[in-house]
Design a protein around this ligand. Structure first.
Ligand SMILES: Cc1cc2nc3c(=O)[nH]c(=O)nc-3n(C[C@H](O)[C@H](O)[C@H](O)COP(=O)(O)O)c2cc1C
Length: 350
C-alpha cells in the first residue's frame, strides 16, 4: 500500500468530503502534491489541432474555478477541464452536498454549480500556464430561466473564448433544475448558435447524461451533425442507483464504479452511430483496464474524477503505465490502433 492509501486517504476521509476536497485542492494548488508524470510515445496524439501527451484528463467539477491549473500536468494528466463555470458567481446548493460511498467506490453529489463566475475564472486562466490542453466547461446560472439559457452560455463563452483549447456545453448535470431539458434538439441548437455567433471556430463539445433514452440520444447525435460539433463527452453522473450495495438515500448524481456500465453503453452507441465525432469517455474509470475499455469502445480521450479521489495523486500515472503496458503486450503502436476495437466489426477503423 502506498502513502496515499495508508496515510493520506484515511486522514482525508475522516473529514467531511467537501472539506477534504478543499484541503486537497489547497495542497495541490500550492504545488505540494508530488507525483510522477508518465510519458510514452504510445500515448501521444494530436486531435483537433491540439497535442495531447496522453489521453487521460481531469474531469470537470474537480478544479471548477481554475485554482490549480499549472499543477495538473505534474500530476500526470494529459489535459484538464475547468468548470462548470457559470456567467455570474453563485454558491450552489446548501451543504452537505457531497457524499462518499467507499464500499462501492462511488460518490453522490448535488453541488449545483458552485462557481466563482466566468470573470474570476477568466482572470485565473489568463495568469496560468497549464502545459497541457485546457477545456472550459460552461453551465447555466440557477436563477436564469431555461428560455434565457443561451444568453448564459454566450456570456461565459464571450469572457472565456480565448482561454480554452476546447469548450463544453454542459446540459447534463442533474443538480440544476431543468438543465437536462436543454439536451433536447431545439434548446440545444439555440445554445450552440448563441456561442457560434460570438466565434464559430473553437472546438465545441456537448456533455451528455447517461440517463437519456435512446431516442433522445439519437436527437443529440442529430444536433452534433447539424451544429458541426467537434465531439461529445459521455457521460455526466447518473440519477440511477443501480449497482450500489446500499442506497444512502441522498439526492444527486452518482459517479464512480457503479456508473461505468451505463456510461460505457452510451459511449458505445455514440461511437457506433457517429464515428466522425471526437469522443471523450468519462464515468467509472477505476483501473487501467477501465481506461483501455473506454478507448476500445471508441473514446479518443478519457476523463476521471471519482477514481482519482479513491486512487490518489499517483493514480493518473499508474493508470497510464498500465495502459501503455497492455498496449505494448498487445503489440499496439498507437491509441488509434486500439480505438474502437471493442465495437462491431462494421464500424471499426472508420
Ligand atoms: C463532486 C463532483 C462534482 C462534479 N461537478 C461537475 C461539473 O461541475 N460539471 C460537469 O460537467 N461534471 C461534473 N461532475 C461530473 C464528472 O465530471 C464526471 O462526468 C462524473 O463524475 C463521472 O466520472 P467518474 O465516474 O470518473 O467520477 C462532477 C462530479 C463530482 C463527483
Amino acid at each position: 500500500m502506498g502513502f496515499y492509501e495508508s496515510v493520506a486517504r484515511p486522514l482525508l476521509f475522516r473529514l467531511d468530503p467537501e472539506t477534504a476536497h478543499g484541503a486537497a485542492m489547497s495542497i495541490i494548488a500550492s504545488g505540494l502534491a508530488g507525483a510522477r508524470e508518465f510519458q510514452s510515445p504510445l500515448l501521444e496524439q494530436e486531435l483537433f489541432g491540439k497535442r495531447f501527451p496522453n489521453p487521460l484528463g481531469l474531469a470537470a467539477g474537480f478544479d471548477k474555478n481554475a485554482v490549480a491549473v499549472p499543477q495538473w500536468r505534474r500530476l500526470g494528466f494529459g489535459f484538464i477541464e475547468v468548470g462548470t463555470v457559470t456567467p455570474r458567481p453563485q454558491p450552489g446548493n446548501p451543504r452537505p452536498r457531497l457524499f462518499r460511498l467507499p464500499a462501492d467506490k462511488a460518490l453522490i453529489n448535488r453541488m449545483g454549480f458552485n462557481s466563482d463566475g466566468a470573470e474570476a475564472v477568466a482572470s485565473r486562466l489568463r495568469a496560468a500556464r497549464a502545459g497541457i490542453p485546457v477545456g472550459v466547461n460552461l453551465g447555466k446560472t440557477k436563477a436564469t430561466p431555461l428560455e434565457q439559457a443561451p444568453e448564459d452560455y454566450r456570456e461565459s463563452f464571450r469572457l472565456l473564448r480565448s482561454l480554452g483549447d476546447y469548450f463544453v456545453v454542459n446540459v447534463s448535470s442533474p443538480n440544476t433544475p431543468g438543465l437536462r431539458q436543454l439536451q433536447e434538439k431545439g434548446p440545444l441548437l439555440e445554445i450552440l448558435a448563441a456561442i457560434r455567433e460570438i466565434d464559430a471556430t473553437p472546438p465545441l463539445f456537448v456533455k451528455i447524461a447517461p440517463d437519456l433514452e435512446w431516442d433522445a440520444l439519437d436527437e443529440v447525435l442529430e444536433v452534433a451533425r447539424e451544429a458541426r460539433l467537434t465531439g461529445l463527452i459521455a457521460t455526466n453522473t447518473t440519477l440511477g442507483r443501480d449497482g450500489l450495495s446500499a442506497d444512502p438515500g441522498e439526492a444527486g448524481g452518482l459517479s464512480g464504479a457503479p456508473l461505468r456500465a451505463k456510461s460505457n453503453s452510451v459511449l458505445r452507441h455514440i461511437a457506433e452511430c457517429a464515428p466522425e465525432l471526437i469522443l471523450v469517455g468519462v464515468g467509472g474509470i477505476m483501473s487501467s483496464d477501465d481506461l483501455y475499455e473506454k478507448i476500445a469502445l471508441g473514446a479518443h480521450l478519457a476523463q476521471i474524477y471519482t477514481g482519482w479521489i479513491y486512487g490518489g495523486p499517483g493514480s493518473a500515472a499508474a493508470l497510464l503505465v498500465g495502459l501503455a503496458a497492455r498496449m505494448a503486450r498487445e503489440g499496439a503502436q498507437s491509441l488509434q490502433e486500439i480505438r474502437g476495437s471493442a465495437l462491431a466489426a462494421s464500424v471499426r477503423g472508420t
